[in-house]
Write a protein that binds this ligand. Structure first.
Ligand SMILES: *Cc1c(COP(=O)(O)O)cnc(C)c1O
Length: 385
């Protein structure tokens, strides 16, 4: 039987060759590939600095620390995101506060952010859901007004763009934020197995992130006076390093990123045409002034079918379509419920969760797969009506 996942990596012989080259070299980690990968990403995104780390979660954790989050602080984020966004806030001792999504885009609604800002708020973490950029100029405006740090969770949005003041900006350029984080988990646009980065234009944040990645250790002009061996631990950091093996894979993958996104757009184009005016579910939109990089294809069941989502989901999986649901609103996770988060704090997010199904979207889907996916969806929906 066929098995077509909602997301998957795309690895070729060039990627394998690049990884093998590192395996035969002197450096498996902390060698030259890390910096080369960081520089290539900085150039791609249009950011001044990039720090490679061991996962997107590590990137979020360090970004929250660099933002100065600590116990007693609050940080506002979207409930429709992966656990890591909100958990990273908890790691610092601060409290995640959830602002509802805009129903049309499934992204955090700036008007809802406004309502959640208190004296304790220190940061906003917008999440570009499915690869569609949030309203960054508006979020930046509010952040400036209240002196908040903005950390973009762009794990879905490598290669996405938005327009502001007549100019197009790549996500990761940090034109309207302090830091942006990406993940290179295999379901994301490019992969390093596990891996992530933080991009920033702020030199001080950059230096801090680099130290936190390696145990909070600094080595600079001041420490050199004590000898070339000498290094100084000034704060409690971690081992969140990414290996040269992984960076070689990332660098090779990055060369193909634009091709990957083009392929994703082609698939989206076929879905749009095939499912236009269908009676069963609504399609994701793109909107003006944004170019999604299409991480997920998140359809929403029409009201009359939402009660049967589980049945539809199971039937699709039985046919080999490895669909997924993104996401249970974070505050409904049992850990969060135990910590006192009440149900129904974000009605749009809850409605979205009840209707959402992510259907396959990745670079390894063939034309034949497309036929199979589209026919299977129609067959199953017709059968349940
Ligand atoms: C994947 C993902 C993360 C976490 O990335 P890891 O590399 O798996 O740690 C964080 N936020 C979002 C929105 C993600 O999709």
């Amino acid at each position: 039987m066929r098995y077509i996942s909602y997301g998957k990596q795309c690895i070729d012989y060039q990627d394998i060759r690049e990884v093998v080259k590192v395996l035969k070299s002197d450096w498996l980690t902390q060698g030259p590939m890390v910096q080369r990968f960081e520089e290539a990403l900085a150039k791609y995104c249009g950011a001044r600095y990039v720090v490679a780390v061991s996962s997107g979660t590590a990137a979020l954790h360090l970004a929250c620390l660099a933002a100065g989050l600590k116990k007693g602080d609050e940080a506002i984020t979207s409930p429709i995101t992966f656990l890591a966004t909100s958990n990273a806030i908890l790691y610092t001792g601060a409290k995640p506060v959830f602002a509802d999504i805009d129903y049309g885009t499934a992204n955090i609604n700036p008007e809802e952010i406004k309502k959640k800002i208190t004296k304790k708020t220190k940061a906003i973490l917008p999440v570009h859901f499915a690869g569609l950029p949030c309203d960054m100029p508006e979020i930046a405006k509010q952040a400036k007004k209240h002196h908040l740090t903005v950390i973009e969770d762009a794990c879905h949005a490598l290669g996405a763009e938005y327009k502001a003041d007549g100019k197009w900006f790549k996500i990761g350029s940090c034109k309207h934020s302090d830091m942006t984080i990406f993940s290179f988990h295999p379901v994301k646009h490019i992969t390093t197995g596990e891996g992530g980065v933080i991009t920033t234009n702020d030199r001080r944040i950059y230096e801090r992130l680099k130290a936190l990645r390696t145990h909070g250790v600094y080595k600079d002009k001041n420490t050199a006076k004590n000898g070339a061996w000498y290094y100084e631990m000034r704060e409690l950091g971690f081992n969140y390093r990414l290996t040269d093996i992984q960076c070689a894979l990332g660098l090779s993958q990055l060369k193909k990123l634009d091709k990957f996104i083009t392929r994703r757009r082609e698939i989206v184009g076929i879905y749009k045409k095939s499912f236009r005016d269908n009676k069963f579910f609504d399609l994701p939109g793109e909107g003006k002034n944004v170019k999604s990089s299409w991480h997920l294809y998140a359809v929403r069941l029409k009201d009359e079918y939402k009660e049967r989502r589980k049945e539809i989901f199971n039937r699709l999986r039985k046919k080999g379509l490895w669909v997924q649901v993104h996401y249970l609103p974070i505050y409904q996770q049992s850990y969060y419920k135990q910590s006192g988060y009440k149900k129904e704090i974000c009605p749009n997010a809850e409605d979205f969760y009840q209707k959402e199904i992510s259907i396959p979207l990745h670079c390894s889907i063939s034309i034949k797969d497309m036929d199979y996916i589209i026919n299977t969806l129609f067959t199953i929906f017709k059968r349940i009506t």
